[in-house]
Design a binder for this molecule. Sequence first.
Ligand code: SF4
Length: 292
Amino acid sequence: MEIIVANNCGLCYGVKRALRIAKETRERKKGKVFTLGDLIHNPRVVSELKSQGIEPAEKLGEIQEGTIIIRSHGVSPKNYRLLTQKKIIIIDATCPIVKKIQKLVERLAKEKSEIILVGNRKHPEIKGLIGYSQKKGIIIENEDQARKLPYKKRRAVLAQSTQDLSLFKKIVAVLIEKTKELRVYNTICLSTQTRQRSTSELASRVDTLFIVGGKNSSNTNKLFHISKSILANTHFVESAEEIEPEMLKKAKKIGISGGASTPPEAIEEVVFKIKNNFKHKTQRENVIPCQT
Ligand code: SF4
């Protein structure tokens, strides 16, 4: 059996940074420490944070005291303002790359052109970004929605930092036909692009692939769909416990990848489980470590 871990997988810079800030905040601040929503889309990490006294709050109204950490996805200017009106300490862990996208949307909104945001409308990053658009932003999730847009003289288009590059390209192709002057900003983060490329390359050279990560993680779901479109035998697991023997029937070359919110331990546990529980008699083992 050969096990290959994708070269670029697991926690991205923005999520690692937010986790570090959260832990440092917990050490320094007395009283309650909250994150606005789950700090990271991974149930296991969220429950570890809870055990350290870092609680997620779903709504702003839930927080009346203590310290609030804004996660890597950022928040809308309106929500930021609401936070400043409370008697709480704000620690902003918005990823610097997301901050740049927020500034871009803010600048484009002043230029009076329509702004198309390609992303998931329920995702916190998109909810934050649309808030910077001064009602000039339109969220588009797929090509069909782009086709329904009317013809416009001027438009700008950009993407959620974790968007699937191939979908973004398809939506841009549709918009070109519907816009006289289309300005395209590829705001997909480099680490997302590298991770997607590594996963699709891996999917084309293994016979079974496991995508490890939270089922509520948008970027991990995208990785799963990218891999599944290349390799039918792709499985999405949140943890090693979900791996069943039938998933590995006839598997000789197994690939493993994980999203921007997948901690390295979760990937290591999947490697460990496959190595120790599903030994094949004759194949060789070649485990390539994940570089995060
Ligand atoms: S995917 Fe990129 S932009 Fe988004 S949080 Fe991670 S490093 Fe930042």
